[in-house]
Design a binder for this molecule. Structure first.
Ligand code: DC
Length: 213
């Protein structure tokens, strides 16, 4: 049995930070499924014919503080995190055929010694047999602030009220879509980290991992 922890939640809930840190500490594999949807949107916008072949050619480099996606020897990380791809990936992720195309790629990350998978439908659809399902969330204002800090750190200008509207739009698309909407599945542990440090959340999840695996 290959251990797995699935972490789902809305934009800005801190899933990425939590999942990345856990995977580094445990030396497990890491799946940022949202990043795959972003890569899909990147190739879709380029009108690429064989998107799956291009997806397979990507190189993902992660460390505690950074992430990098390399395509054709070019660093495309900034573009993937930019506004255009953020909106396009949110739109495309509603389509059944897009979700189907990414399904097997996501499954292929489930390898020894273990996997931390984060996204919207990790616990419900992609890895429903996961023994540790986390639903991570935080208040809308906290999530807006986190996203604003991310954008500022990337050198972008931020308009808080527009950002809030954009996040609310993505929230409603994620929760109301027909195919694999974001939801709290049975057995999931809900963690609201509005007033909780990353370290505290990590400790809580590690305790669950030691108990259940
Ligand atoms: O987590 P993120 O913001 O990088 O994800 C980008 C988009 O992909 C987001 O709008 C929702 C979608 N997504 C999804 O539908 N299912 C997932 N498992 C992960 C992301």
């Amino acid at each position: 049995m290959i251990p797995i922890v699935t972490i789902d939640g809305p934009s800005g809930s801190g899933k990425g930070t939590l999942a990345k840190k856990l995977s580094i500490d445990l030396k497990w594999n890491y799946l940022d499924s949202g990043l795959l949807y972003r890569c899909y949107a990147f190739f879709y916008r380029k009108k690429t014919q064989e998107i799956d072949q291009e997806l397979a050619s990507l190189k993902f480099n992660f460390s505690d503080e950074m992430e990098q996606v390399i395509w054709n020897q070019t660093d495309i990380t900034q573009e993937l995190r930019g506004n255009e791809i953020t909106l396009l990936s949110s739109e495309l992720s509603q389509r059944k055929e897009v979700r189907k195309e990414l399904y097997l790629i996501q499954k292929s990350y489930h390898k020894m010694p273990g996997l931390i998978a984060e996204g919207r439908d990790m616990s419900s659809t992609v890895f429903p047999n996961s023994k540790i399902k986390i639903f991570l969330t935080a208040s809308i204002d906290q999530r807006v602030q986190r996203r604003a800090n991310q954008l500022r750190n990337a050198g972008q200008k931020v308009n808080i009220s527009e950002l809030k509207k954009e996040i609310e739009l993505r929230d409603s698309r994620d929760t109301e879509r027909i195919h694999s909407p974001l939801s709290i599945v049975e057995g999931a542990i809900k963690i609201d980290n509005t007033n909780e440090s990353v370290e505290t959340t990590i400790k809580r999840v590690k305790k669950l991992i030691y108990e259940r695996y």
